[in-house]
Each structure stands twice: as structure tokens, then as C-alpha cells.
Design a protein around this ligand. Structure first.
Ligand code: COA
Length: 154
């Protein structure tokens, strides 16, 4: 990969490429967490990352939205980076780009979830300055989550 990233909003046309790699990049089946809805109806809020020299080669995706109920809150639903390109700032770039665009729309904070046993995701959010609180049964019985939040911009 060249040193330069290309970042742009998602479109419905990005769904297939992202779906094809999601289970492998995530390390387990993501199921309907990656729904077509996030690309076709909410894609303009999300982020597609590619090598600037090869824009068709997706290297990361972030699905996120601006809250309807709390319009000052930006919410990251899902993000993933090509395993062969981790540790090079792609994940941070996805968050910074999403955070900048949501901040420009009036959001003052950003929230994301991590399962307690997903240590990599927890360390990632902590490295980006998020503070986390453990919430039991947050997404269902026995499905605890760490709820991470920080101020915008990142
Ligand atoms: C989490 C994930 C997106 C991180 O992407 P990445 O491109 O490797 O992250 P970056 O290189 O931008 O790292 C940003 C910071 O987080 C830290 N970090 C990232 N992954 C880490 C890990 N596994 N362990 C410890 N620290 C980590 C980096 O050291 C870096 O810190 P620094 O800026 O202080 O040097 C990636 O590992 C991934 O796709 N994981 C699988 C999907 C997933 O778990 N998604 C999150 C739940 S929706």
C-alpha cells in the first residue's frame, strides 16, 4: 500500500465488496450486523478507505450515523480494517474522517461499543482517547458491552 489513503463516504455499491470480506476481516461471522441498509440508506455518513493509488481496493470500512434522538451524538456501529494492513493508522483515519464530518454537522461526542473479550478493539478505542464503561446485558442476555465515548473532534 502507498502511504496515502483515499477516504470517502460509502455508497450502496460498496456493500458487496465489504460483505465479501467482513467475516474474515472481523474474525467471526458478522451476520446482519453488516446490513445493506447501512450502505444504501446511511452510507453517506459512513467511510470507505482505500489506497489512494488503487481506489478500487478497499482497505477499511466504517458504518456510522448521527443519532436522531441525540443529534449531538455520532455513533459508530461497525468498523474493520484489512488484517494485512493493520497497525498503520487506517482505523484511526476512519474514525477521524467520520468524526470530522459528524462534528461539522453539529455532533459534539462520539460513541462506539466493544465486546469485553475483544481486546484489540478495546485497546484501539483507548488509544484514540475514548473512555469506556461496562454495561451488562447491553445487546441481549449475557451480551455485555463496553460503551466507549469521547468528545469530538478526535
Ligand atoms: C480494531 C481495528 C479496526 C484497528 O485498526 P488498525 O488500522 O489496526 O488501527 P490503527 O493502526 O489506526 O491504530 C490506532 C491506535 O490503536 C492501537 N491499536 C490498534 N489495534 C490494536 C491492538 N490490537 N492492540 C493494541 N493496540 C491497538 C494502535 O497501537 C494505535 O495506537 P497509537 O495511535 O497510539 O499508536 C482492526 O484491528 C480491526 O479491523 N479489527 C477487527 C474488527 C473489529 O474488531 N472491529 C471493532 C468492533 S466494531
Amino acid at each position: 500500500m502507498s502511504d496515502e489513503l483515499m477516504l470517502r463516504p460509502l455508497t450502496g455499491a460498496d456493500f458487496s465488496a465489504a460483505r465479501e470480506v467482513a467475516d474474515e476481516w472481523f474474525g467471526h461471522p458478522v451476520g446482519l450486523t453488516m446490513h445493506r441498509l447501512f450502505f444504501e440508506q446511511l452510507g453517506a455518513s459512513g467511510v470507505y478507505a482505500a489506497d489512494a493509488a488503487r481506489p478500487e481496493r478497499m482497505v477499511g470500512v466504517l458504518l456510522g450515523l448521527r443519532s436522531e434522538i441525540e443529534p449531538d451524538l455520532a455513533y459508530v456501529h461497525f468498523h474493520m480494517v484489512d488484517p494485512s494492513l493493520r497497525g498503520r493508522g487506517v482505523g484511526r483515519a476512519l474514525y477521524v474522517d467520520f468524526g470530522e464530518r459528524m462534528h461539522a454537522r453539529g455532533c459534539t461526542s462520539i460513541r462506539a461499543l466493544a465486546a469485553p473479550d475483544r481486546v484489540g478493539s478495546r485497546r484501539f478505542h483507548e488509544a484514540l482517547g475514548f473512555a469506556g464503561r461496562e454495561e451488562p446485558d447491553y445487546v441481549g442476555p449475557g451480551q455485555d458491552r463496553v460503551v466507549y465515548e469521547r468528545r469530538l473532534p478526535i
